[in-house]
Design a protein around this ligand. Structure first.
Ligand code: 1GP
Length: 250
């Protein structure tokens, strides 16, 4: 069943075209820093806040971060878990995701089986998503034991994305890895977009207005940025990325 947060995302994509989501890695910030980032990102036009990282382990700190963000912004807070420890009862929704190109069954279905009863208990809205790591892949690739899809093999990315869609996943995420030197190439984005019918999320290494414009023009429905916001003046950086996205909308 499609829940409130998913409906909100779909309506936003429908009315605005490509939208932007701000990713906050709880491991890299205090809860007050997280709420400041969320507040400024919201003012600059971000549509939702994602909370998660690749190596996170303190659920207490995650709870603090999510609670503090919820106090300052009305936009949805969506968990982006790397493991069962990435679940917080204070969020609105959770990307209920499977790392489609992992060789480890734990990241394909094991963690999901352990996490599902917790998601139910906390009444979180699960949003089914197929996660595909491409290129260098970064920490997520190592932790998730992925075989990253090479940038010059869009047909492999298409096959993974279609498999995800056919299994019922309602979003597909092409991930270059947080802080990736090279973000997902526009050719791969448009190739995947041409084949799937569900919204396409793209993230990893997007740092500038021109990159955001290229990713949006190639067909991304949601652009996620994390690193660039943690390392820079949040308001101006998010505004710059969103300006890139808007140029495509015109
Ligand atoms: C990582 O796709 C996200 O999971 C965002 O990547 O931190 O490089 O923006 P960046």
């Amino acid at each position: 069943m499609v829940g409130t947060v998913e409906k909100y995302l779909l309506e936003k994509i429908h009315s605005e075209g490509t939208i932007h989501i701000t990713l906050i890695d709880p491991e890299k910030v205090t809860s007050s820093q997280a709420s400041r980032i969320a507040e400024k990102a919201k003012l600059s036009g971000t549509s939702a806040i994602m909370v998660g990282g690749s190596t996170f382990f303190s659920t207490t700190h995650l709870d603090d971060v999510v609670r503090t963000i919820k106090r300052v912004v009305q936009i949805p807070v969506i968990l982006f878990p790397n493991n069962v420890t990435g679940i917080s009862r204070h969020a609105d929704a959770i990307w209920f995701m499977s790392l489609l190109n992992s060789v480890d069954p734990y990241f394909l279905m094991g963690a999901q089986i352990l996490g599902a009863p917790i998601v139910k208990k906390y009444r979180l809205e699960p949003i089914p998503m197929g996660y595909i790591i491409v290129g260098e892949g970064g920490t997520a690739s190592i932790v998730g034991r992925a075989v990253p899809v090479p940038y010059d093999k869009p047909e492999i990315a298409i096959a993974h994305a279609l498999a995800g869609q056919y299994l019922g996943m309602r979003f597909i995420y092409l991930e270059a890895g947080s802080g990736a030197k090279k973000s997902v190439p526009p050719e791969m984005i448009s190739a995947v977009k041409n084949y799937i019918d569900v919204p396409l999320i793209v993230g990893g290494g997007i740092k500038s207005r021109s990159q955001a414009l290229a990713v949006a023009s190639a067909g991304a429905d949601i652009i996620v940025t994390g690193n660039v916001i943690e390392n820079a003046e949040v308001k101006s950086k998010v505004a710059e990325i969103i300006e890139g996205i808007k140029r495509f909308r015109i």
